[in-house]
Design a protein around this ligand. Structure first.
Ligand SMILES: Cc1cc2nc3c(=O)[nH]c(=O)nc-3n(C[C@H](O)[C@H](O)[C@H](O)COP(=O)(O)OP(=O)(O)OC[C@H]3O[C@@H](n4cnc5c(N)ncnc54)[C@H](O)[C@@H]3O)c2cc1C
Length: 57
């Protein structure tokens, strides 16, 4: 499984709209199975250090 920038001319097997609990897990499982997936997320790109779900404890 590799992460690469998506080019609009590129053909993929699946498009996940939203990288939430459903879309994110589905995209990961499909990619792990060898299928090409692009995830489209309307929200900001969250890095680990600014994620609201990252605990500092
Ligand atoms: C305060 C709160 C606490 C919760 N606590 C728990 C808990 O403890 N345990 C639990 O099991 N569940 C909990 N839930 C429920 C859980 O968050 C949801 O059931 C789950 O997130 C739903 O997943 P989802 O992928 O359908 O939607 P979401 O996780 O909401 O993901 C949807 C994603 O799609 C994106 N999106 C939407 N429209 C578009 C568009 N047109 N184009 C591109 N991207 C788009 C959004 O930006 C978002 O990232 C909680 C919910 C809330 C609000």
């Amino acid at each position: 499984m590799s992460l690469a920038p998506f080019k609009p001319s590129q053909q993929v097997d699946f498009v996940a709209i939203g990288s939430g609990a459903a879309g994110g897990v589905m995209a990961k499982e499909l990619a792990t199975a060898g299928l090409s997936v692009v995830v489209i997320e309307q929200g900001p790109y969250l890095r680990e250090r600014i994620s609201s779900t990252t605990s500092s404890a």
